[in-house]
Ligand binder design. Structure first.
Ligand code: PLP
Length: 377
């Protein structure tokens, strides 16, 4: 940094490393809000390591708060949850590296089957007990899920597989293409397709399957989509894409001030000097950068909170650090800055960071890097 008037050179300040603190009470409160809006069972979706908050912590809290099911994207994640003593049913639905039928059967992990190929891959294996499956139908998203023209092949083949004791169809699932706002009218075609699929499965001779379609947004806004169960993921950690509920943020990201300096007016800050101080001011460095999930694309409005005051992030976000301008406040190294946390009128939220970066809050929480320490309050 050029133009430095004075610096502090602490020799032995004990720094608390950057930390993401998970707040279980928030998850409990969010489940209660979902519970007030649906009579159906609630699956707590804890994929992507519980949306960056720690899958185990979020899953245990959600189950204690009344979630009857858990959902993840692959069997390995599900098995590691089982290993922590969770006994509720767990569904996995993407399984990018295929499914080991015996591993799924032994750990009682349910598998979503979204195509004839996926079904055949299970039927080829010889597990010691039937694998519990959910037929995953494309209800209008064209992502995962069996397209409607393949249902007539998939359903009878699943029926054969069940007769042969290879699989047991316990569920039926779809997914809504409109996950980011409240729009019951736009959900209607998917609801209609889900009902159609349910009828086809029952007509094929199966027992009534546990049917599930809604994710967070529809859980909070559209009871017609709830069927037997809702899949609540983002909402667990305080993200409400429908913007109709006051959910509670389930994490706080803090970092210690690592270095502070007073600089003169006209001092360029950071790579390329994109920010130049207009007066003499105090700058502080936080040891968190884009490698830790601080988006590089933030607007100049981004700030952090220290002792109840907002301080702007200035200059480019570096790989490992950001600089904040604390104005007249000299902030000694070791002081804790809050990057985001529950809404309190001063502390930035994940929604603020998403807005500053032109993204959604999901990417903020799932992007927090692995060198950020995780703890639970
Ligand atoms: C991620 C996911 C969910 C949860 O969605 P949220 O909007 O985060 O609640 C539900 N179902 C499927 C298939 C998913 O992939």
């Amino acid at each position: 940094m050029t133009g430095t008037l004075g610096m502090t050179h602490p020799r032995s300040v004990e720094l608390v490393p950057p930390t993401l603190r998970t707040i279980p009470e928030a998850v409990t409160a969010n489940i209660a809000i979902a519970r007030a809006r649906t009579r159906s069972r609630i699956m707590a979706v804890v994929k992507a390591d519980g949306y960056g908050h720690g899958a185990g912590a979020i899953a245990h809290t959600a189950v204690a708060a009344g979630a009857e099911w858990l959902g993840t994207t692959d069997v390995a994640e599900a098995i590691s949850l089982r290993a922590t003593g969770l006994t509720v049913p767990i569904l996995t639905w993407l399984n990018p590296s295929g499914v080991d039928a015996e591993a799924a059967a032994i750990a009682r992990i349910d598998i979503a089957v979204g195509s004839l190929d996926e079904l055949e891959a299970l039927l080829k294996q010889n597990a010691s007990s039937p694998v519990r499956i959910h037929l995953h139908m494309d209800t209008g998203m064209a992502r995962e899920g069996c397209p409607a023209h393949e249902w007539d092949a998939l359903i009878p083949r699943a029926r054969q597989g069940q007769r042969r004791g290879k699989v047991r169809v316990v569920g039926l699932m779809g997914h809504l293409p409109l996950a980011d706002h409240a729009d019951p009218e736009a959900n209607a075609p998917a609801v209609w397709r889900m009902r159609q699929a349910r009828r086809a499965v029952i007509e094929a001779g199966f027992d009534e399957p546990l049917t599930h379609l809604a994710a967070t947004s529809a859980t909070l806004t559209d009871p017609a989509t709830h069927f037997g169960m809702v899949r609540f993921g983002a909402g667990l950690v305080g993200i409400d894409p429908s913007e109709t509920a006051e959910l509670h943020a389930a994490s706080r990201l803090t970092a210690p001030v690592a270095h502070s300096a007073i600089v003169k007016a006209g001092t360029p800050v950071g790579y390329s000097g994109t920010y130049v101080t207009d007066t003499s001011t105090n700058l502080s460095v936080l040891p968190l950068g884009y490698a830790d999930g601080i988006p590089r694309e933030i607007s100049p409005a981004a700030f952090v909170e220290i002792h109840g005051r907002r301080h702007l992030v200035v200059g480019r976000v570096s790989m490992d650090q950001i600089v904040i301008d604390t104005g007249a406040d000299h902030v000694p190294p070791g002081t804790t800055a809050t990057v985001f946390g529950p809404k309190d009128g001063v502390t930035p939220t994940i929604h603020d960071w998403a807005r500053w970066a032109g993204t959604i809050p999901h990417t903020i929480v799932t992007g927090i890097g692995s060198r950020v320490k995780r703890t639970i309050t």
